[in-house]
Design a protein. Structure first.
Length: 287
């Protein structure tokens, strides 16, 4: 009885812990990200949440661009999931009239919508200030197309167009280029390839080939030919000969004094001794 009680108590504790943990994680995520998606906490789209996470490195960058015709010039300010203008609550993208200095909110971060494809992310801010006469006096809406550019985290923020001739459902279109919109494998390539020079690629290839030769040859000699000891190395005799030739060549080129000069220096039985010790070594080698 007591045991079961303790067990269920422990389970209850574990569950409470889990819930508390989930709550902490959710609240920190919400606190970090200023974008509010459709739905209450916990019922938001997992796809949108995933894109939101992807866009996080952009959140502390402020973007600005100018657009307009001769008579009316506007400056647009934009941030990802952060307020652009403190005096306008939840403003994610604002339009400032250069002559009058009047500011209109084009889209708000508390009405964010997200979608993505293989090479783009679409960020939509709805709930901007209402049109005064056009577009059925609906609220302004900003669509920001973020396209893949592997060279930069964020570049080329521009105002493309404003569609305000429609009866309703008008919108502003903006463009932004970012490496975050690139496919993951492309991102990986972008990070890695600049560090690999032609020389290091050649070196890696050469090293791999040598390793393949030694391992493959070793296995062949051991398993197919049935060689033992040093003979297991592929083309052992050839490499031994080559080593000797190179050593002789080096000897010939580098040595400044004749090799066999002081005979007393080289012991009489030196050669035999060398051979003997080599033979003895052979027994020591595995197999
Ligand atoms: C953005 O945040 C990162 C780290 O969170 C920081 O290193 C960087 O300086 C920030 N950039 C700007 C423009 O504030
Ligand atoms: C977003 O924020 C604005 C300004 O604070 C507010 O008027 C609007 O109702 C909010 N929208 C939603 C969906 O909460
Ligand atoms: C518009 O205003 C911005 C700053 O608010 C300024 O940098 C820009 O030069 C102005 N453009 C024109 C055409 O006046
Ligand atoms: C990517 O951005 C750089 C500037 O950072 C620009 O020079 C280049 O043209 C862009 N590439 C593409 C494909 O748009």
């Amino acid at each position: 009885m007591g045991g079961r009680d303790r067990c269920s108590c422990r389970m209850f504790l574990a569950q409470s812990c889990l819930h508390a943990l989930i709550l902490v994680v959710v609240t920190t995520v919400m606190a970090e990200e200023g974008c509010d998606l459709v739905g209450e906490e916990g019922s938001e789209s997992p796809k949108e949440l995933a894109i939101l996470k992807r866009l996080e490195p952009l959140t502390n960058i402020s973007f600005s661009t100018e657009s307009g015709s001769d008579n009316e010039q506007y400056t647009y300010k934009f941030r990802v999931c952060r307020e652009v203008a403190g005096e306008k609550p939840n403003s994610g993208l604002v339009q400032i009239n250069n002559q009058s200095g009047k500011m209109a909110v084009v889209g708000r971060i508390n009405e964010t919508h997200l979608a993505s494809g293989s090479k783009w992310i679409m960020l939509i801010y709805k709930g901007g200030d209402s049109y005064t006469s056009r577009c059925d006096k609906e609220k302004r809406k900003a669509i920001i197309m973020i396209t893949c550019n592997r060279t930069s985290l964020a570049t080329g923020f521009t105002m493309v167009t404003e569609e305000r001739e429609k009866v309703n459902e008008c919108f502003y279109i903006f463009e932004l280029e970012s490496s975050l919109a690139c496919p993951p494998e492309d991102l990986h390539l972008r990070v890695d390839s600049p560090h690999l020079s032609v020389g290091s690629i050649l070196l890696i290839t050469f090293t791999s080939l040598v390793a393949m030769y030694i391992i493959g040859g070793f296995l062949y000699q051991r398993l197919v030919v049935g060689a033992k000891g040093m003979e297991q190395f592929p083309h052992f005799a050839f490499w031994q000969d080559l080593g000797n030739i190179v050593a002789d060549g080096c000897d010939f080129v580098c040595r400044s004094k004749p090799r066999n000069g002081p005979a007393a220096y080289r012991g009489v039985g030196d050669d035999q001794l060398g051979e003997e010790s080599e033979e003895r070594d052979d027994h020591l080698l595995p197999m």
